[in-house]
Design a protein around this ligand. Structure first.
Ligand code: ADP
Ligand code: ADP
Length: 226
């Protein structure tokens, strides 16, 4: 099965800028996949469309076989999203941010609270659970968004530059965590401009440049070419 299929995706922003010129891609279930490319290539736009944060101009998105346009609710249930920008209510308490998210998926309060505890503990945020999110460091805010993205146990997790601005020690522990949930069966797609990050984590990659895919291969064959 495919976790994600993109078919001829295009995006022209309102100002006329053509950010995606026809992106087609398959990511297999269970994969750990990196979308690589220079700044401005179209990585965030691509993930933004998959996460319904950006409207596509044309093309098709399927998440575990569900068409994002016509089977939106089913498609979205499969997906957890960690965007690049912090987009939670910074005045809300850490635990509430995660529990509230679970509510959007109809998860009962008790279950939501258990899962929030599980993921906040896993991500080293449990001692901060009653703090206002604005009190967290940048790395903690990033981990809070990961806990929030996982609370409904999605089959596909997508992360936009998950370790940008995170120090090397924390980066390694986040990598460890992502490897663990991938090993437990969650498919993962991330964008990064650190080759080292993709090399350490990912089995397959696509390189996007100026709105087009210029390479789509295994991490191993990419490294042999470099
Ligand atoms: P959409 O076509 O998805 O509706 P818009 O073109 O309306 O998106 O832009 C969405 C937001 O992004 C606007 O607030 C706009 O100011 C901002 N924006 C505009 N240009 C850029 C850019 N080059 N990079 C990032 N954000 C931008
Ligand atoms: P990446 O994630 O690879 O750095 P993006 O997808 O963020 O690239 O951006 C691709 C291109 O689209 C860039 O040139 C960016 O300036 C432009 N862009 C992004 N958002 C907008 C927007 N809302 N309006 C106009 N241009 C945008």
């Amino acid at each position: 099965a495919n976790a994600l299929v993109l078919e001829d995706l295009t995006k022209t922003y309102a100002n006329g800028f053509v950010a995606l010129k026809g992106i087609s891609l398959e990511v297999k279930e269970g994969d750990f996949f990196a979308l690589l490319g220079p700044n401005g290539a179209g990585k965030s736009t691509t993930l933004g469309i998959v996460s319904s944060l950006v409207n596509k101009t044309s093309g098709q998105v399927k998440i575990f076989g569900f068409d994002l346009e016509t089977q939106t609710a089913d498609a979205k249930k499969m997906l957890g999203v960690v965007p690049q920008e912090f987009n939670f209510n910074a005045f809300e308490k850490v635990i509430d941010i995660v529990v509230t998210q679970a509510g959007y998926y109809g998860i009962p309060k008790q279950k939501a609270t258990e899962r929030a505890e599980f993921y906040l503990r896993k991500l080293g945020l449990w001692e901060k659970k009653n703090q206002s999110a604005r009190m967290l460091s940048g790395g903690m805010k990033r981990r809070l968004m990961i806990a929030r993205a996982l609370v409904h146990e999605p089959k596909l997790l997508i992360l936009d530059e998950p370790t940008a601005g995170v120090d090397i020690e924390l980066r390694r522990s986040m990598w460890e965590f992502l490897r663990e949930i991938n090993a437990q069966g969650t498919s993962i797609i991330l964008t990064t401009h650190y080759l080292e990050e993709a090399e350490s984590l990912c089995r397959n990659i696509a390189i996007i440049d100026k709105g087009k895919i210029i390479e789509n291969t295994s991490m191993r064959s990419l490294l042999l070419k470099l």
